[in-house]
Design a protein around this ligand. Structure first.
Ligand code: ATP
Length: 236
């Protein structure tokens, strides 16, 4: 049984430009881990490093239950149960939502997975017949998350799911994401600039600043320390 994703001493760079230094991270199934940080802090790079994005040169290790993912291609990391939802929400615009979900189901995944996913992300149920290009940004985000869940992953990496969305849809997404770890026994990593979203959702929070992990702890501890928030997360 897969249970823990670990990142150990991870440094990452784009060519000669360093983007992450000595990052350690541990994500257990059934838990939600939040990554906070200003623009350019390295949140996206960390998620991309976990899924072995070929654009990034990585040192250190990423492993699931001790099995290293470092030398694997991105599609193999996905096969081992790590689903990545990029901030670009790449749905197939010419396909219906039902088709978008159907092509994402991995071989061997139970046939009732669609029903389980629709229960977990109810916003998607009413969209099944719609074409991808007809969806609003928030609907696209919900469909992208649902599509990632269709492969029955063990770990789900969400990059800025609230970016550009209205408060109402953010609230609906938050309610859905909050239930995922328990419903699917899933480890969730959510990278965000939206402080409230992450501190409401996550069991533990890590703060990144210019490529370094500068703080880790519970959301309650972070919320109760306005100086810390001001130092590492406030803008301007
Ligand atoms: P945002 O909230 O803006 O997405 P982030 O915390 O996700 O920020 P990253 O996108 O991981 O931050 O960026 C970390 C650093 O890596 C930044 O200095 C950024 O300029 C740099 N970087 C990101 N993508 C590339 C790239 N394709 N080529 C070169 N440098 C990059």
């Amino acid at each position: 049984m897969t249970s823990t994703l670990t990142v150990t001493g991870l440094s990452a760079s784009y060519g000669l430009a360093s983007a992450l230094k000595s990052i350690d991270l541990r994500v257990e199934k059934g838990r939600c881990v939040g990554l906070l940080g200003r623009n350019g802090a390295g949140k996206t790079t960390l998620l991309k490093s976990i899924v072995a994005d070929p654009e990034i040169t990585v040192r250190g290790d990423v492993a699931i239950d001790g099995r290293s993912l470092r030398k694997l291609a991105t599609y193999k990391v996905a096969r081992l149960g790590v689903a990545w939802v990029p901030d670009t929400r790449r749905i197939f615009t010419r396909l219906t939502v039902a088709e978008n979900l159907d092509i994402a189901r991995r071989r061997g995944v139970a046939s009732d997975q669609l029903e389980r996913v629709l229960e977990a992300v109810p916003l998607v149920r009413g969209l099944l017949k719609r074409a991808g290009y007809e969806l609003s940004g928030g609907e696209q985000q919900a469909v992208t998350i649902a599509r990632a869940l269709m492969s029955a992953p063990d770990f789900l990496l969400l990059d800025e799911p609230t970016e550009g969305l209205s408060p109402l849809i953010v609230e609906q997404l938050q309610a859905s994401i909050a239930r995922l770890p328990e419903i699917f026994d899933l480890g969730v990593v959510v990278a965000e600039q939206n402080f409230r979203f992450v501190t409401d959702l996550a069991d533990e929070v890590h703060v990144l600043e210019t490529g370094e992990m500068v703080w880790s702890g519970t959301p309650e501890l972070l919320v109760s320390d306005p100086d810390l928030v001001d130092r590492h997360l406030s803008v301007g």
